[in-house]
Design a protein around this ligand. Structure first.
Ligand code: HEC
Length: 109
């Protein structure tokens, strides 16, 4: 009996981790992919080789995403939260984790 409970709890944890990363993916696709492509390599600004994503804290990056980003070298700017003011901090963090994940995968290839 105990074993069954352990298995059920384990499956529950696995599912919630999966749901978490899926929602990061969906939010990324809805709000960020238009500029950053499906792998962070958007034509405007290639994030896929950006060490910053891993050397700066996640909360600092979330703050940057919230403020919006304008760099001289880029012809377009990023509006606050990619243009969706409804995104909460927790959602931005999920998106950021997803983005770091795909960017890391690109670099491994
Ligand atoms: C309108 C196009 C556009 C959208 C939509 C957009 N971005 Fe950006 N993003 C940019 C541009 C332009 C830059 C700056 C590029 C550069 O540094 O060369 C940038 C830079 C970034 C950076 C790098 C920050 C740094 O400090 O180096 C991150 C992280 C980022 N965006 C995340 C996101 C996330 C997450 C979303 C969705 C919520 C998003 N972006 C939506 C255009 C966009």
């Amino acid at each position: 009996m105990e074993k069954i409970f352990t298995i059920i709890i384990f499956i529950g944890i696995a599912l919630s981790v999966l749901a978490e990363s899926l929602s990061g993916k969906k939010l990324y696709q809805q709000n960020c992919m238009v500029c950053h492509a499906d792998d962070g390599s958007g034509a405007m600004s290639d994030l896929s080789e950006r060490k910053r994503l891993f050397s700066v804290s996640e909360s600092q990056l979330v703050e940057r995403i919230k403020k919006g980003i304008q760099v001289n070298s880029s012809p377009i700017s990023m509006s606050p939260k990619g243009g969706n003011p409804d995104l909460a901090d927790g959602e931005l963090l999920k998106i950021l984790k997803y983005l770091k994940n795909i960017v890391q995968r690109v670099n491994l290839l």
